[in-house]
Structures are given as structure tokens and as C-alpha cells.
Design a protein around this ligand. Structure first.
Ligand code: HSE
Length: 345
């Protein structure tokens, strides 16, 4: 197989997590999957950009930065310039989510897929706002659009629903889908920490969004619920179709009152099939007891419970945020895309 030429846009915790894993797994990818690659470009708004069609030294980028003296290549190209390069086959994108407008992530998705590039991204805005448009462009151009990392980070979620549970009808899908708020609620419950202190801790660990109100007010989970509705249930939902209530009104006294009743407050995102065939979509803080798998979701861990018509209830639990985990989701998509590419060519 021809070497894949990879461009990485966004070198924050997630982009760096991806590059680290890509470098670590270089031999496994080649030996087990016949996947060889060059990273031909990296581009970050804060850290600069470099492009070299012959390949860049990934370990030097990780050790220093795209501006490292030892790197040779063209500097200063924009992400849009890089996407256009014929020497780029796949764009790995990890820019911050902007659910209001789609932001630069949506523009990257449109431009990359329209230019016939495979596009793999953890940005939740493009699939939440423009799922049909982007998947149609990908289909028409016969390229892969991967967004596994948008749900449950590196824990299999989309791949589980689509490949692991084929021909199943999901009666409901509900989950703890936001690591930041779950982490905050647990720190409040276990350490009596107040909300703001726990949020600062979550931010320092790289779990929170660039704008953490997106986590706290439920919009991050709303985006994930919409992506799941469209991808797993074949719906055509937008964020406006979701009932969203965030954590703003939950204080330490509510968390302690729940604890006294041997219950916990969890921010739950859910999709439920209605009798008329429609789908009810919600993001609300729920009181859950020990019999609910979501009660046992700790810290930044996320979980999804699928109620199926085939194998009853299936729960998946694992990391839901963090650079290495989200980076792993993009590595998954890269391998999946490569399998798809092998079938195509
Ligand atoms: N801010 C998100 C969270 C990141 O805390 O879950 C992963 O989508």
C-alpha cells in the first residue's frame, strides 16, 4: 500500500495525544495493518505550522514544537493552504468545538471532504450541526469521515453501535457523556469541593472545553446526543430538538441530599424511541440509584447504556475525555479508514 500522507491540524492536548500514539504505534501499524505513513504537515494557531511533502520528524515536533530548528519545510501555511495540498491524503483535526457557528472545524471538514481528503476529527460541532451535509460530501467523494472521538473519547461508542451491534434496534441510548461534569459532581460528593474549585481542577487536567460553559450548561452533551441520534438512530436531528438543562442550578447541598438517599446526581444524555416512532432527546441532571449502571460511573469516565431488541442491555464504560484517549479515537479512525481504503483500491 502507498504511504499515507497525514496532516495534523490543532496541536493541543488531543492533537498531541494523537501524534504521540501514532509515533508509539508506528511498528504495530505497519506490521499488523500494513499501514505506513508520513506526517507531512502540522498546523496550530498558537504553535505555528510546517509542511514538508517528504515527511516531518514527529518525535522532534513532540519534543520541541512545529517551530523546532531541526525541522525542514515550508512554514507559515494556514490550515486551509495545507488542506488543499495534493500531497495530503488524510486530515487529522482537533480544533476546539464551536457549537454556535461550527467555527473553523466545520470549514475544515467541508474543505477537506470536498477536496477528496479523508477527514478524522474530534471536533463535535461539524457532525452536530451538519451531519447530513458532511456525510453526503464524504459519500459522493468516496472518502472517510471519522468522528469516533466525539462520543466517549477513546472508548468505543460509534464503532460499538455501528459495527458491534449490527441489525439491532435501539429502544433507548442513555449515558454519562461529559467527563468534566461527572468529575466535578464526584469531587463535590467525595471531597465536599465547591463547584468552581472542582471546575478549575478539571480544566487543569485538560478535560474541560475551551469554553467550559459548554460542559456545565449541557451543550457538549447536547452535541453528542445529536451526533448519536443521527449516526446510530438514522435521525435528522439538530441541537434545537434536544431538551437541555445543565448543572448551573446544582449545588453542594443537592449533591449531599442525593448522597443521604444513597443516590447520585448524574448529568444524563438520552435518546428514547417514542411509540409514534419519533425520538425524545434530553440532557438533564438525573437522580440515579445503585441499580442504574450510570450510578457507578466515576470521575472523568463516561458510559453508554444501549437498550436493544437483540441482546438486551449493553453497557460500555471507559475514559470520556483527555488527550491520549481522544488521540486514540483518531488512531482508531485512521486504522478503520485504512481498512476501507484497502477495500477501495
Ligand atoms: N469537555 C469534554 C468532556 C471533552 O469533559 O467530556 C470530551 O468530549
Amino acid at each position: 500500500m502507498k504511504k499515507l500522507r497525514i496532516a495534523v491540524i490543532g496541536l493541543g492536548v488531543v492533537g498531541t495525544g494523537f501524534l504521540t500514539l501514532l509515533d508509539e504505534k508506528k511498528e504495530v501499524l505497519e506490521d499488523k495493518y500494513d499501514l505506513t505513513y508520513d506526517v507531512v504537515a502540522v498546523c496550530d494557531k498558537m504553535r505555528g505550522s510546517i509542511y514538508n511533502p517528504d515527511g516531518l520528524d514527529v518525535s522532534l515536533i513532540l519534543k520541541e514544537s512545529p517551530m523546532a530548528d531541526g525541522l525542514e519545510g515550508t512554514r507559515g501555511l494556514s490550515s486551509f493552504d495545507i488542506i488543499k495540498k495534493p500531497e495530503v491524503d488524510v486530515v487529522i483535526e482537533a480544533t476546539p468545538t464551536n457549537l454556535k457557528t461550527g467555527g473553523v472545524g466545520l470549514e475544515h471538514a467541508r474543505r477537506a471532504l470536498s477536496a477528496g481528503k479523508h477527514f478524522i476529527s474530534t471536533n463535535k460541532a461539524p457532525p452536530a450541526i451538519a451531519y447530513k451535509e458532511l456525510t453526503d460530501i464524504a459519500k459522493n467523494n468516496n472518502v472517510y469521515y471519522g468522528f469516533e472521538g466525539t462520543i466517549l473519547s477513546g472508548t468505543p461508542a460509534i464503532s460499538l453501535a455501528i459495527h458491534g451491534l449490527p441489525a439491532s434496534e435501539f429502544k433507548s441510548i442513555r449515558g454519562v457523556l461529559n467527563g468534566t461534569t461527572n468529575f466535578i459532581l464526584e469531587r463535590m460528593e467525595n471531597d465536599g469541593m465547591d463547584f468552581d474549585e472542582a471546575l478549575l481542577l478539571a480544566q487543569s487536567k485538560g478535560y474541560a472545553e475551551a469554553d467550559p460553559s459548554s460542559d456545565i450548561d449541557g451543550w457538549d452533551v447536547c452535541a453528542k446526543v445529536v451526533i448519536m441520534a443521527n449516526n446510530m438512530l438514522g435521525s435528522n436531528m439538530t441541537p434545537d430538538d434536544v431538551e437541555v438543562r445543565g448543572l448551573r442550578n446544582i449545588g453542594l447541598s443537592d449533591v449531599e441530599a442525593a448522597k443521604k438517599k444513597k443516590m447520585r446526581i448524574k448529568m444524563v444524555g438520552s435518546l428514547t424511541r417514542k411509540d409514534n416512532g419519533g425520538i425524545k432527546a434530553c440532557v438533564v441532571p438525573e437522580l440515579v440509584d445503585r441499580s442504574d449502571p450510570l450510578y457507578h460511573v466515576h470521575g472523568v469516565t463516561n458510559a453508554l447504556v444501549f437498550d436493544t431488541d437483540t441482546t438486551d442491555t449493553v453497557t460500555v464504560m471507559g475514559p470520556g475525555a483527555g488527550g491520549r484517549s481522544a488521540g486514540y479515537a483518531m488512531l482508531y479512525d485512521l486504522v478503520e479508514m485504512h481498512r476501507h481504503r484497502k477495500r477501495l483500491y
